[in-house]
Design a binder for this molecule. Structure first.
Ligand code: ADP
Ligand code: MG
Length: 677
């Protein structure tokens, strides 16, 4: 086993140029595909497999239906289309009685791959039947007499992501040879294959040359598992190291602040909130720093739960930090926390890029000796918090709100080794579960799964622009009944490139006339934090009837009296974003209405908006978004996340991700101090 694994490693790391058939030219072409070693080559994932166990007869081809055909090249040539500076390479393929025209535009180099009289295989969708024609089929010469012909014929044949100058045939032959020369591939890290999965050796071989269709998926699953396992190993190691090496402040609290806090709230904590707080208290009472993700849909009451967590730390004599994604939200949250905490005799500080309100009786730096004993402080702020020198002996808890807006939490400077505060990250962007596991696999998860009672019903409607007059009449009715509204546009200013996309500046003045005499506020990202805060405060306190805004209102604004949200050009927003926007309404006892206006015709955009109409469940929306738009939306540019998953599919590999997490956790803990930790 040992010997085998070592010889395997050497083989895997061998540069491709040592393979027969790879000279300097091919070496460069392979490098373009990211293939430098034999290992790279063996994990080069086929784009698809072509069934060459049987071929279609040209005479039986059907329009638009993909098929593989085999025949001889009867004629071929390049036509130059002078006027358009385009060229057409055409090849006529003959199978007994019928002829197929294969055409490629602007690919004159194709002619070097074929000779008249030679046998070839072509795969494509017939674009015409009279005469039978395929445009840009995938074609390659096959020579049944050559010794390796069986690699390319009579089987499911791999078709790879390729590059100009390197034919499918050549690439396939190289993979075949590499597999032939390869010693049996051992299980990675010496860990046995999960039950019911292919061995690693079988998976890599069948990835390229499956015996049947099922093999293709079985191989993918095994390799996807390895990818997810490698990611999890990182996360679980980090977590395990933290648990072993970092001391946490004991923050169990004694309820002396929480009790009066809850009594003054004016409502009872929901069962879901109580359950989550129990989980948090158990963590914070323990010797290892808490690492917990608190998820819950918008309006489910996470902030209140976070406030209780902060109070647990403060009851134990420690400071707490609450980090919000924007200055405006930080200001807003500070006001809320002041209202809650000052009556309890606690200080609430503010630290943003623009403003600092620090505890007065205390210098910026303070020691930890008894002469510095003081009442605990809650620091609310933005990223600016990261640059503040907290006293590590006093810091008990770090809360990060709307985690997805920040970079990856591990980089948080506040969380150093040694004395290490507890961490609670909160998100209302429901992360699709697979992605959550891959990004936050080292966090324990708490979920607030039910909203506070006594909320009105929130309904969502998708409407076309033609309905706008009716919509504005409805908005006016709501305003006249004393309610408030949000009206959202995708951009700040109109511009010529994107005609038809409405902008908040222009629409604001139009709507002021249309909805007069109701006063409207204007909110967008170009206002200073102070201006934003003023507008939001006016809206909060009812001096503005409606806010005309860009998506800056996406997170956090809490105005229970707001019952209508109109989003124009709604197809311009991501689903997760629309869901966040929609979370601004339906926070009070009144029925609420979210109206998504879009005249988009493309089916994907329509499907996305329809999903919004059909479900209020943030998780289902997140998963629909992931399916329809891929993980970019969730990973964002600042998230590192799973950089390149070649085999794993975040939209469907939830079970695999779980399995990988559980096994990585067990591996790391089972062999503490050993090879894996
Ligand atoms: P989230 O941060 O999850 O979006 P918030 O904590 O801002 O939600 O709560 C949304 C609204 O619901 C706030 O107005 C808050 O005061 C209120 N709220 C929170 N918990 C409860 C509860 N248990 N009962 C009634 N209202 C609640
Ligand atoms: Mg919140």
């Amino acid at each position: 086993m040992e010997g085998n694994s070592r010889s395997f490693e050497a083989f895997w790391a061998t540069p491709v140029r040592y393979l027969r058939g790879v000279g300097p030219e091919r070496e460069k072409l392979l490098a373009k595909l990211g293939i430098r070693t034999i290992g790279d080559l063996l994990l080069h994932r086929p784009r698809r497999h072509e069934d060459r166990r049987r071929f279609a007869a040209i005479a039986e081809l059907r329009l638009g239906e993909p098929a593989a055909v085999k025949g001889r090249v009867a004629a071929m040539g390049v036509k130059r289309l002078r006027r358009a500076r385009r060229s057409l390479f055409e090849l006529i393929l003959e199978d007994g009685n019928s002829r197929l025209h294969c055409r490629w535009w602007n690919a004159p180099y194709m002619q070097q791959y074929f000779r008249v009289g030679e046998e070839i295989v072509a795969f494509g969708k017939p674009s015409r039947l009279k005469p039978p024609t395929m445009d840009q089929p995938e074609a390659e010469a096959v020579d049944e007499a050559e010794p390796e012909a069986f690699v390319h014929l009579g089987r499911l044949v791999p078709i790879y992501p390729a590059t100009e100058g390197l034919s499918q045939r050549a690439l396939r032959t190289l993979v075949w040879r590499a597999l032939e020369q390869s010693p049996p591939l051992p299980e990675p890290r010496g860990l046995p294959a999960p039950e019911g999965m292919l061995s690693y050796d079988a998976a890599v071989r069948r990835l390229h040359f499956p015996e049947n269709e099922e093999d293709v998926e079985a191989a993918r699953r095994r390799l996807a598992y390895e990818e997810l396992f490698a990611l999890q190993l990182e996360l679980q190691r980090r977590r395990w190291n933290l648990e072993r090496k970092a001391r946490a402040p004991r923050c169990a609290g004694d309820n002396r602040l929480i009790r009066p806090f809850v009594a003054r709230l004016g409502f009872q904590l929901t069962e879901a909130q109580v359950k989550v707080l129990r989980e948090i208290r158990r963590d914070m009472a323990g010797p290892a720093p808490m690492r917990r993700l608190l998820q819950g849909d918008v309006g489910s009451g996470k902030t209140v739960a976070a406030a209780c967590a902060a109070l647990m730390a403060m009851e134990s004599g420690f400071d707490a930090v609450f980090m919000a994604p924007t200055e405006v939200l930080a200001e807003q949250q500070r006001r809320a926390f002041c209202g809650w905490f000052e009556p309890l005799g606690l200080e609430v500080a503010l630290l943003t890029g623009e403003r600092k309100i620090l505890p007065e009786d205390r210098p910026l730096f303070c020691g930890s000796g008894p002469e510095n004993r003081r009442r605990p402080v809650l620091y609310v702020g933005t990223h600016a918090l990261l640059h503040y020198e907290f006293d590590p002996e006093r810091l008990g808890l770090v809360i990060i709100d709307e985690q997805h807006k920040f970079g990856v939490y591990q980089r948080t400077r506040l969380l150093r080794k040694g004395r290490c505060p507890h961490l609670l990250v909160m998100t209302a962007t429901p992360i699709p579960r697979t992605l959550g596991l891959t990004l936050y696999g080292d966090l324990d998860v708490s979920t607030i799964d039910a909203s506070p009672p006594g909320r009105g019903r929130l309904r969502t409607f998708v409407r076309r622009e033609a309905s706008l007059p009716k919509i504005w009449r409805f908005v006016r009715e709501q305003l006249e009944a004393g309610r408030q509204a949000y009206i959202v546009y995708p951009r700040l200013q109109e511009n010529d490139e994107d005609a038809g996309i409405k902008a908040v500046l222009q629409e604001h003045s139009r709507l002021e006339r249309l909805l007069a005499p109701h006063p409207l506020g204007l909110l967008h990202g170009k206002l200073s934090a102070q201006e934003k805060t003023r507008v939001m405060q006016d809206f909060h306190e009812g001096r503005l009837a409606a806010l005309v805004a860009t998506s800056v209102i996406e997170v956090g604004l809490d105005v229970p009296n707001a019952t209508v949200m109109v989003v124009e050009n709604a197809d311009r927003f991501g689903l997760a974003q629309l869901h966040q926007l929609r979370g601004r309404i339906g926070r009070g006892p009144y029925d609420a209405y979210c109206i998504l206006v879009s005249s988009a015709k493309n089916p994907e955009a329509k499907a996305r908006l329809k999903a919004m109409e059909e479900t209020a469940d943030g998780f289902r929306i997140a998963e629909a978004d992931l399916r329809l738009r891929g993980p970019g939306e969730f990973l964002g540019s600042r998230q590192s996340g799973p950089a390149r998953l070649r085999f794993a599919d975040l939209t469907k590999d939830l079970e695999l991700a779980r399995l990988a997490r559980d096994r990585a956790r067990a591996a790391v803990r089972g062999q503490a101090g050993g090879g894996l930790a």
